[in-house]
Design a protein around this ligand. Structure first.
Ligand code: AR6
Length: 171
């Protein structure tokens, strides 16, 4: 059984095997969590992302998929990049958001990562209401078949923390 922990704070400070990045299809950086990860993690993450674009994802990383790179200077071994759904653009954002979580856990299993920190994917620039996203994220992790021991949701701010706490209580 995977243990689920909730933390309020900045994901770039988490000491875990893998940190999940709420990226965009270009994999070349952006604002929010993505910006913070590249800022603190340094150039080696961006270099690895450029290689991925060239070698595996010339069109970009599709929504709902995940791929790992080095974590550079972050206190983790890997960053797992995933692209969440833009809430208003998708007909079924919930299944895509669930798929992101499952894809990240599959990559974590392949890497042998036992502890994984997730941000609240899609709830910033991509406009997913945080209470809805929290329910989807918690359900997806609870239902996942994975060897990951601990999933730590690292939430930025009280509102996001409360939303995940409620989803965990009621889920
Ligand atoms: N640690 C933890 N959570 C954070 C941090 C941090 N350092 N910074 C922001 N959050 P977002 P998205 C929270 O916008 O909605 C980027 O430009 C934030 O408060 O980072 O999936 C990408 O390049 C929110 O709750 O990701 C994409 O273009 C959550 O993380 C796009 O944004 C997600 O917000 C992806 O949008």
């Amino acid at each position: 059984m995977t243990r689920i922990e909730l933390v309020e704070g900045d994901i770039t400070h988490e000491h875990v095997d893998a940190i999940v990045n709420a990226a965009n299809a270009t994999l070349l950086g952006g604002g929010g969590v993505d910006g913070a990860i590249h800022r603190r993690g340094g150039e080696t993450i961006l270099d690895a992302c450029r290689d991925l674009r060239r070698e595996r994802y010339p069109e970009g990383l599709p929504v709902g998929e995940a791929v790992a790179t080095t974590a550079g200077d972050l206190p983790a071994r890997w960053v797992i990049h995933t692209v969440g759904p833009v809430y208003r653009r998708e007909r079924d954002p919930a299944s895509l958001l669930a798929r992101c979580h499952l894809a990240c856990l599959r990559v974590a299993d392949e890497l042998g990562a036992a502890t994984v920190a997730f941000p609240a994917i899609s709830t910033g620039a991509y406009g997913y209401p945080v209470r809805e996203a929290a329910a989807v994220a918690i359900d997806a992790v609870q239902d996942a078949e994975t060897k990951v021991d601990e999933v730590r949701f690292v939430l930025f701010g009280r509102e996001a923390y409360r939303a995940f706490d409620e989803a965990l209580e009621t889920g």
